[in-house]
Design a protein around this ligand. Structure first.
Ligand code: GLU
Length: 465
């Protein structure tokens, strides 16, 4: 049997990182078992579904590389099929038309509540004979009255539901549109899904779905319900805890590989290993190591994982990400040193690609202002002589590369009888505006000859007041 999984988001907002984890587990499970993974857009709720949300889902999954093995399936394109199956269930006696009015249903609910019971449909239309011309009927599924429905959940273990607890759910509204639990079954059946991997907010839907599968003479898939993700305060992860829209993480300069690594570990483990390549995740992931308890989202750990991935990712792969971040800041990546150089100089100091771009700003554009603290400390009158000597020495360096530039700076220090720091630090502040940057030779290479000489003048101007 070939494993077939799916991710079935409802397009009602941005793509939440919790949903991404669900998609990732379904994707990894399929890849690990040499199976296939599909995307299904559950857009039957036309009021809440938007094209923008569909785009955000596709864009987000694309960014992360969670590719599907076929184009996405849209539920709104399958209404004919749903109608066909509803007719089939009616014909086989597994479903019936319900003519109860809203008032009747409300009264039924009130009575159950008055008795202290869970509100449930009492099955009064089940036997038929209640047809009336003035009511457009719904269609209800005939849930078995007795027995149990067992879910052998691949994460949670065995869960037993009493069929008597499940009432006859509506599968088609009075306007003929199908309902959620029903469309899921028809789709999972038609897509020949073998493993449904989804959030555990769907656990209570599962026995209903299994019963519909059986009524259709189809074998239900295996189910794996994933525990929730909590924020650091133990409540369900939401915007209050920070960014939850996956595309915001792209903007913040997180690497797709780091997001996948972190989200994989959020509820799954392999010993105490923290850093995984995607190939390792595919090789190692399985459902038996998924935790049964809620996972806790830790933004500081995600940041650390991101930094680890920046350190391990080949320069050539980071270059386009840096370019994207520079452009986002209105900078021209071509108006400065080759991006490879910048990546190599800054990767050890950057936790995100956004931070790298921030640090790189002064290599691609004039910086606006000196960091005041750094300037007050280093661009003092005594630095004038130093900067003038540096300007002359650097202007005379024939080959604008690290070693000769470092030698020139060291030469100035020696001539003036100063420690290297006393010379390099004013120079650093002069050419970057900041007190911290890579080694002085590297920094000068990144800033470039023309900008270096002009910025020394700018710093001298400031000292002159
Ligand atoms: N559309 C459902 C959701 O977004 C998922 C249904 C499922 O995975 O079965 O929660």
């Amino acid at each position: 049997m070939k494993v077939r999984t799916r991710f079935a988001p409802s397009p009602t907002g941005y793509l939440h990182i919790g949903s991404v984890r669900t998609a990732l587990y379904a994707w990894l499970y399929a890849r690990h078992h040499g199976g296939e993974y599909f995307l299904r857009i559950e857009d039957t709720d036309r009021e809440r579904s938007t094209q923008e949300a569909v785009d955000a889902i596709i864009h987000g999954l694309d960014w992360l590389g969670l590719t599907a093995d076929a184009p996405p399936i849209f539920q709104t394109q399958r209404f004919d099929r749903y109608r066909e199956i509803i007719d089939r269930l009616l014909a086989s006696g597994h479903a019936y038309r319900c003519y109860c009015t809203r008032e009747e249903l409300d009264a039924m609910r009130a009575e159950a509540q008055a008795r202290g019971e869970k509100p449930r449909y009492d099955g009064r239309c089940r036997a038929g004979g209640r047809e009336r011309a003035d009511v457009a009927p719904t269609v209800r599924f005939k849930t078995p009255l007795e027995g149990e429905t067992v879910v052998d959940d691949l994460v949670k273990g065995r869960i037993v539901f009493d069929n008597a607890e499940l009432d006859d759910l509506v599968i088609a509204r009075s306007d003929g549109t199908p309902t959620y639990n029903f469309t899921v079954v028809v789709d999972d059946m038609d897509m020949r899904i073998t493993h449904v991997i989804r959030g555990d907010d769907h656990v209570n839907n599962t026995p209903r779905q299994i019963n519909i599968f059986r009524a259709l003479g189809a074998e239900p898939p295996a189910y794996a319900h994933l525990p929730m993700i909590h924020g650091p305060d133990g409540t369900k992860l939401s915007k209050r805890h920070g960014a939850v829209n996956v595309l915001e993480y792209r903007q913040m300069g997180y690497l797709p590989s780091a997001m996948l690594n972190y989200l994989a570990r959020l509820g799954w483990s392999h010993g105490d290993q923290e850093i995984f390549t995607l190939d390792e995740l595919i090789r190692l992931f399985d459902l038996d190591r998924v935790s049964r308890s809620a996972a806790s989202f830790d933004p500081m750990k995600l940041l650390w994982v991101n930094q680890q991935h920046i350190l391990r990712t080949p320069t050539a792969e980071l270059v386009p990400l840096l370019a994207e971040q520079l452009e986002r800041r209105g900078l021209d990546p071509a108006d400065g040193p080759p991006l490879e150089r910048t990546v190599e100089a800054l990767r050890e100091r950057s936790q995100t690609m956004a931070e790298m771009a921030e640090r790189a700003h002064c290599y691609y554009q004039e910086f606006e202002a000196f960091d005041e603290k750094a300037a007050e400390k280093h661009l003092v009158p005594a630095a004038r002589e130093v900067l003038e000597a540096l300007k002359a020495a650097l202007a005379a360096v024939p080959d604008w590369s690290e070693k000769p530039l470092e030698d020139a700076v060291a030469g100035v220090a020696e001539r003036l009888g100063l420690k290297l720091g006393k010379v390099a630090q004013p120079l650093r502040v002069a050419v970057t505006g900041q007190a911290a940057s890579p080694g002085i030779g590297t920094t000068l290479v990144l800033v470039g000859r023309e900008r270096t000489l002009a910025r020394i003048d700018r710093a001298l101007g400031r000292i002159a007041g």
